[in-house]
Design a protein around this ligand. Structure first.
Ligand code: ADP
Ligand code: ASP
Ligand code: MG
Length: 412
């Protein structure tokens, strides 16, 4: 029998009624002849609630116990869906990460899957034609026997990894939109649904803020060549639509220069004023930050006019802002800066497209269009298939809409 992995996110399993609706989608695929593993998220809002309780219990919580708590949301949904499937006459059982097992690193809160043993699930298909309902987001670190979680949005990664492990024909990620759009359809009404998007572009879009798929899930789909669809769970189970296929670039006929626009509010900016302009200064700033495991993204060094001091601006994730400032102040005597200025009300807006490899001047067009709307650019980065600008967060929607129109992405 061909195998299929279906994943349903939080909104898709928000109530018992919605879980019944999900069960109908599953029933259709079983009737079509697939052996099905279903990966489920916690009910909408549940993970946030659990995270809130942990933080309420202690600001300095043990991340191993954080995982024990937040993994529980998925356990509830997997059991409920198994019951709903049984109620429809389908053999089904729930599987927690540790029961499969889905083995991970011990990076609690953002663990990486190291291996999945698909034997037990494959046996349940072969012996009982039983639907495997798998809790997403969770795994086990075998040496310590501790439950782990894969980071927010991690059920996408569970699904793709499982699809690779059981050699599924494809992985269907069901969510609350009917595919991947040219930008977040919640902020641009004219966003267009893409029929296909390449692994590389999807990886950039996800990394640059499009939360429709967790970054790691796209990496795994690319590495293992898992054909992955993003589609809507809100469709009529009797009349399902395919959604967006994430696939090889070569399988896409019509290629735009820019495929999508993404934005991320998870950014903060730090500027060090009047840093001594001498060899080794960049190392004196960025080595301590790296040692503290703080990811630096955009970097700008102003050319000094007096050859003695310079200004250096860079971005770090908003969640790391306070820590980064602390680390820099601790190293102030080595770095020798006059002043540290920071901003957290910033957003990174990015345009992504494999067509940028072969076209010049794509980013320049954007700088002009943003300037015409009075949007000041604080920092810029570019790479082969994307460019990003850092701007004031108040202009997020205006900037995203401007770039979306500029590159001809608006739905007509
Ligand atoms: P789930 O709970 O199913 O995992 P998520 O909330 O994680 O769903 O992801 C779906 C959401 O991603 C959509 O509701 C949409 O607002 C957002 N999103 C952001 N960028 C995009 C995009 N380019 N295409 C589609 N959805 C996007
Ligand atoms: N429930 C987890 C979260 O909200 C995992 C997921 O939904 O993918 O982040
Ligand atoms: Mg998600």
């Amino acid at each position: 029998m061909p195998r299929l992995v279906m994943k349903f996110g939080g909104t898709s399993v928000a109530t018992v009624d919605r879980i019944r609706h999900v069960a109908r989608h599953v029933k259709r695929e079983v009737a079509a002849g697939y052996d099905v593993a279903v990966v489920v998220s916690a009910m909408a809002g549940k993970t946030n609630e659990l995270v809130g309780w942990v933080k309420d219990a202690s600001a300095f919580y043990d991340s191993r116990e954080y995982d024990a708590v937040v993994a529980s949301g998925e356990q509830v949904t997997s059991g409920l869906l198994a019951i709903a499937l049984q109620e429809m006459g389908l053999p089904a059982r729930s599987w927690q990460g540790w029961q499969i097992p889905i083995m991970t690193s011990d990076a609690h809160g953002s663990a990486r899957i190291s291996a999945i043993d698909g034997t037990a699930i494959l046996a349940s298909f072969a012996e009982r034609r039983e639907v495997a309902v798998v809790s997403g987001f969770q795994g086990i670190h075998e040496p310590t026997r501790r439950i782990t979680t894969l980071g927010r949005g991690g059920s996408d990664t569970s699904a793709v990894a499982l699809a690779a492990a059981v050699q599924a024909e494809r992985c269907d990620i069901y969510t609350d939109v009917d595919g991947v759009y040219t930008t977040d359809p919640r902020i641009v009404a004219k966003a267009r649904r893409l029929d296909r998007v390449s692994y590389e572009e999807m990886l950039e879009m996800a990394s640059l803020g499009a939360k429709v798929l967790q970054v790691r899930s796209v990496e795994l789909a690319m590495v293992h060549g898992v054909p992955t669809y993003v589609r809507s769970s809100f469709d009529d189970p009797a009349d399902p639509q395919l959604g967006t296929l994430i696939c090889d670039e070569d399988d896409i006929m019509e290629q735009q220069i820019v495929t999508g626009i993404a934005y991320s509010k998870d950014e903060s900016q730090i500027t060090l004023r009047n840093v001594a302009d001498k060899p080794g200064v960049a190392a004196s700033i960025f080595v301590p930050l790296a040692d503290a495991n703080i990811n630096v993204d955009m970097i700008i060094q102003v050319v000094s006019d007096n050859n003695t001091t310079t200004d250096i601006t860079f971005t770090v994730p908003a969640a790391e802002y306070e820590r980064a400032c602390r680390v820099l102040n601790e190293h102030r005597s080595e770095i020798q800066f006059d002043d540290l200025q920071g901003a957290t009300d910033v957003v990174k807006v990015s345009a992504i497209g494999v067509g940028m490899r072969s076209h010049a001047g794509v980013a320049a067009k954007a700088f002009k269009a943003l300037a015409e709307r009075g949007i000041n650019i604080r920092a810029i980065t570019t790479s082969e298939i994307k460019f990003s600008v850092l701007i004031d967060s108040a202009y997020t929607e205006l900037a995203v809409r401007t770039l979306h129109s500029l590159y001809g992405l608006d739905r007509t």
